[in-house]
Each structure stands twice: as C-alpha cells, then as structure tokens.
Ligand binder design. Structure first.
Ligand code: CUA
Length: 159
C-alpha cells in the first residue's frame, strides 16, 4: 500500500501528539495529583450513584434551613427531572445546592444567575447562590440527557 509522504508526516505528527496529550494528562493526574474541582467546603466528595436511595442525604432530597436565611438544598437529578420538584425560599436567602445524579450526566443551570453546574453520577456537585430578588427562578438541564431533555426543569420560588 502506498502512503503519500505528506500523509505519513501528518500521521506521525498525529500519533506523537496523542502520546504527548496522554503524557500531560497522566503526569497532571498521577504525579501532580490534579482532581475534579473541590466544593465550597474545600473537599471532594463522591457517592455511589446506584445506591442513592439508601445514601444520606440523597435518600431524602430536601430543602433544609441551616442558618439565618441560609438553606441547604439537597437535590437529585434524574431523567427527566429534579427532586425535590420545587423549592420555596424567602427573598435574600442564600441556598447551598448539593446535587448529584441518579443516572446520567445532567445540567443544573439557573438562567440570570451564575449557577451553572454539571451534575455527574457518582459525584457530589455543589454551588451556592443568594436570591436577592423575589420571583420565579427556572432551573434547567443544559446537558443533553435523552429524549425528554428539553422538558427537564424545576422551579425555585423566591417570596
Ligand atoms: Cu437532564 Cu438534559
């Protein structure tokens, strides 16, 4: 089989680059200890996504008051929705979202805010937001997750 000289150069370049990328990834992960980003508590948490129904706090997803106008929202994302289905907090509330997925990769985005997370099965994903203005906030899945992806949403009502 005849391979053109330029094709040979390009193939060699591609294969070398593949190994360079794998080397960079390997060194940063194993030698430099790089990990997925830590949460707001400063630690990285994982969870067995197949046993969520028996793993606190995800066995009972809920909104919990943890301080003066401060809440913790433990939520699970699944095809195609979120649990709990709707949250209600007073205006000015700071909500710490603690979210994981029951099945595949989902999104957790609140348009008009800085909240935009990927929700990964097996990982606990966290962010927080202070809802200064009253209103209805839409929570959307922005990672394609299946046939009803575009219907996957929930609401946060700020009174
Ligand atoms: Cu869940 Cu798209």
């Amino acid at each position: 089989m005849h391979i053109h000289r330029l094709e040979k150069i390009w193939l060699t370049f591609g294969i070398i680059m593949l190994f360079v990328f794998l080397l960079v990834l390997g060194v940063s992960a194993f030698a430099m200890g790089m990990q997925p980003p830590a949460n707001y508590c400063g630690d990285y948490q994982s969870v067995d996504s197949t046993r969520l129904s028996e793993t606190p706090p995800f066995d009972k997803p809920q909104l919990r008051k943890i301080g003066d106008n401060e809440y913790e929202a433990v939520m699970t994302a699944f095809a195609f929705g979120y649990s709990p289905n709707q949250l209600e907090v007073p205006a000015g509330a700071t909500v710490h979202f603690v979210v994981t997925s029951k099945d595949v990769v989902h999104g957790f985005a609140i348009p008009g805010t800085n909240v935009n997370m990927m929700v990964l099965p097996g990982e606990v994903n966290q962010t927080d937001h202070t809802f200064a203005q009253p209103g209805e906030y839409l929570v959307l899945c922005n990672e394609y997750c299946g046939v009803a992806h575009e219907l996957m949403q929930t609401k946060i009502i700020v009174k």
